[in-house]
Design a protein around this ligand. Structure first.
Ligand SMILES: Cc1cc2nc3c(=O)[nH]c(=O)nc-3n(C[C@H](O)[C@H](O)[C@H](O)COP(=O)(O)O)c2cc1C
Length: 434
């Protein structure tokens, strides 16, 4: 389903917040979206642009599950299946994303938001970058981009990402930046799979996808997206990128990053720009969700894993909560050791029993308070390279101290019972008449 198709579905289900007041793309739209975090929002009138803006569109697991027509609990198996069984998208000749071609490229005409006071500029944060290497084929990634001119942006490329490998090898490359995608493309772009695996094939298994050839180079792009920016990225031309808010909601530093020069912009008639608030729930969800299947798979190799949540409280990157069906006393410890193999940036991991709600921080903290002892239930992984996003890791090496917490109860209680007491079920309507 297209981005706009999903917005329509939210509208007809009464879940879309539509705002028709005129909103500025500078320091206003972002404030509104933040205030309404977790709810899909459509901004009908943008002061500086003729295009509408939609944000927070996939800002909860319920919304992503609704996109696929499944329950949130079915998302991890669905993603595992897509990663294990990629399939070729359908190639079309004519595509909605190429319906209209902007004359002379002028990025000021697009509603590229200026999010927070100290930002270095207007930022594209929802753009999926499509790039093609002669040897490895196509790759899809997210890369934030700061507008530095009418047709130029500086692109944040984390070292060792596949795009980073491609650009260091090719120095100058054509790319397409696709904005306004469905959850199949967004989730696929956020996965980290083997070099050479075209993530559009993962997107296609998640949900069948049409692709079209880009206008200016030989690569395939999602046919149904809202906007496409095509141009060249050049490693020899570097400028400052930042400051910008990252996943942890803190400011990232300014770095020298390569410039993307845009030669062509195409879009749908009446196109809708996708805003993606940095550090907010949608950003967190898209970062964290693709790591849940990788942790789930590793933990399942050693114990019975029931569910994994890379929770927003841990920036949806640094913490994970793993639910297991404990059968042996050392299952918690084994699960923790495996979880760290499933996600290299994991810093703290918590393993809980099947009676704990891993989506409720109160429930997890209750398990920690009542089932955990610091002298025997901590698994120390120790100092290792962690996430560059963690403000507390060592600034240059990103060394960080990793630990796991076994919050499962012993199989046989020696002292007090570990079960939560059950209260009688009543139907409140019979008492309050509501
Ligand atoms: C919303 C979002 C924004 C992201 N922004 C960036 C970015 O600015 N730079 C970057 O290098 N990676 C960014 N990432 C991470 C990469 O897209 C992601 O890790 C990618 O899956 C790595 O893929 P690869 O294995 O093909 O290198 C972002 C991810 C998401 C979900």
């Amino acid at each position: 389903m297209s981005f706009r198709g999903f917005l329509e579905r939210q509208k007809s289900g009464g879940r879309l917040v539509a705002i028709d007041k005129t909103i500025s793309k500078k320091l206003e739209a972002s404030g509104l979206l933040k205030e309404l975090d977790g709810k899909p929002v459509l901004l009908d009138r943008i002061k500086e642009s003729k295009f509408r803006v939609a944000g927070n569109v996939f800002s909860s697991k319920e919304l992503v599950a609704d996109y696929f027509g499944i329950k949130p609990a079915e998302l991890i198996p669905k993603m595992i299946d897509a990663i294990e069984h990629p399939s070729k998208p359908n190639v079309v000749e004519k595509a909605a994303c190429q319906e209209v071609e902007m004359g002379e490229v002028d990025l000021d005409k697009l509603p590229i938001l200026f999010h927070c006071e100290k930002d270095g500029g207007n930022y594209i944060s929802s753009g999926v970058v499509v790039v093609k290497d002669a040897e490895h084929g196509q790759n899809l990634d997210f890369h934030r981009m700061m507008q530095i001119g009418k047709n130029k942006l500086s692109v944040r490329i984390v070292a060792e990402r596949h795009f980073d490998k491609f650009i260091r090898k090719n120095r100058k490359m054509p790319i397409a930046v696709c904005v306004g995608n469905g959850a199949n493309v967004l989730l696929a772009a956020a996965t980290s799979v083997a070099l050479g695996q075209d993530e559009l094939e993962i997107a296609n298994t998640l949900e069948p996808l049409d692709v079209v050839r880009a206008k200016t180079f030989d690569a395939y792009i999602p046919a149904d997206c809202e906007f496409v920016l095509e141009g060249t990225i050049d490693l020899e031309e570097k400028v400052n990128e930042g400051p910008f808010v990252d996943l942890t909601e803190t400011y990232d530093k300014v770095r020298q990053e390569p410039v993307f020069t845009v030669w062509k912009v195409t879009h749908r008639k009446d196109a809708i720009w996708q805003a993606l608030l940095p550090g907010a729930l949608e950003h967190k969800l898209l970062m964290g969700m693709p790591r849940e299947p990788t942790i789930f798979r590793e933990v399942s190799n050693v114990v019975k894993c029931l569910d994994v949540s890379i929770n927003p409280g841990g920036c949806s990157w640094l913490h994970a909560i793993v639910k297991i069906d404990k059968k042996n006393e050392d299952d918690g410890r084994k699960a923790l050791e495996a979880a760290f193999k499933g996600h290299g940036s994991l810093k703290h991991c918590f393993v809980v029993d099947k009676d704990i709600n891993i989506y409720n921080p109160l429930s997890v903290e209750w398990a920690m308070a009542t089932r955990f002892q610091g002298d025997k239930d901590i698994v120390v992984i120790g100092k290792q390279k962690g996430s560059s996003l963690d403000p507390s890791s060592e600034p240059d090496t990103h060394q960080t101290y990793k630990m796991g917490f076994d919050l499962t109860k012993p199989l046989v209680a020696k002292g007090k019972n570990f079960e939560k007491a059950e209260f009688p079920n009543v139907d409140i309507k019979n008492y309050l008449g509501v």
